[in-house]
Design a protein. Structure first.
Length: 294
């Protein structure tokens, strides 16, 4: 459940930036590439009474707050042809917003890094907004605190602060790409479309064999689970133990190549790589057995 006001939230670094923009692309269409600049507004609404397609969603009922300001009531995500979309829904009006490509997202106000899957990050900030009503005290957003849709481009949405009417989120993306922001009314929504980026075939052949699997494992790893996944020798040992159920003899030939001697004395060669440009799990890409290649 989304926790607001003094929540220390998590973050992961990444070294890529995105192109960004804002505009009036029709609902259901991805934003066209724009100049490399943050999306920002004191919003001008798009089409009134226009529904925003949501695909998979995590809706929460609108709970108006007597205090002035925009109050988050729902977050929805969806996969569409050529782009992924996230929608932030508010009661009490549209807040001003910024959506900025960053190398890392930090929690407001503590400053911890927020773990996010993928190779690129966007920080979204709503000003004059909150997910918490003071009087009467209650949450206005009651959905999950972290969303992990693992769409082709939009992977993870994580809270990054709800402090003094500044509500922020970190978004983890599969790769560098374009995004576009839209606003709508009745109900008040801010929608961000992230264009799909072609990553190519996933190179892994053992245990982790697809991009979707990898993003899930990378996100878990970034939250402190299975830290050994980023150590090539330990990944090779896990493969060998799954094959023979005994402790193998492993000799490292190069940074990403290992020779594994099995119980029968046969020597297999295992090669791998880290398929992303940021920290994350190492995966096996080729296994050459004593007399054949996998």
């Amino acid at each position: 459940m989304f926790t607001v006001k003094r929540l220390p939230v998590l973050v992961l670094t990444a070294g890529l930036a995105l192109l960004a923009g804002c505009g009036t692309t029709p609902v259901g269409q991805p934003g066209a590439p724009t100049a490399s600049a943050p999306a920002t507004s004191t919003p001008t609404p798009g089409s009134a009474r226009t529904p925003v397609p949501s695909g998979g969603s995590t809706p929460a009922p609108s709970r108006a707050c007597p205090q002035a300001g925009a109050y988050l009531t729902a977050i929805r995500t969806g996969r569409h042809a050529g782009f992924d979309r996230i929608v932030f829904e508010f009661s009490g009006g549209l807040p001003a917003y910024t959506a900025v490509p960053v190398s890392a997202v930090y929690a407001d106000a503590k400053g911890d890094e927020v773990p996010l899957a993928g190779q690129a990050r966007v920080r979204v900030v709503f000003r004059g907004a909150s997910a918490w009503c003071q009087q009467p005290a209650r949450k206005t957003y009651t959905g999950p605190s972290v969303l992990t849709p693992f769409h082709p481009q939009l992977l993870v949405v994580s809270p990054a602060g709800d402090f003094e009417q500044i509500l922020s989120f970190g978004i983890g993306l599969a790769a560098q790409g374009n995004f576009h922001v839209h606003t709508f009314t009745d109900p008040d929504r801010v929608a961000i479309d992230f264009s799909h980026v072609t990553l190519g075939k996933f190179p892994g052949i053992w245990d982790i064999t697809s991009w979707q699997q990898y993003w899930g494992r990378q996100y878990s790893w970034s939250n402190g689970h299975q830290p050994w996944l980023s150590t090539p020798a330990m990944v090779v040992e896990a493969w060998a133990r799954s094959r023979w159920h005994t402790a193998p003899v492993i000799h490292q030939v190069s940074a990403d190549t290992f020779q594994v001697t099995g119980p029968d004395g046969r020597i297999d060669t295992v090669t791998g790589t880290r398929p992303v440009t940021v920290p994350g799990p190492w995966v096996i890409t080729k296994i050459t057995y004593g007399d054949s290649a996998a």
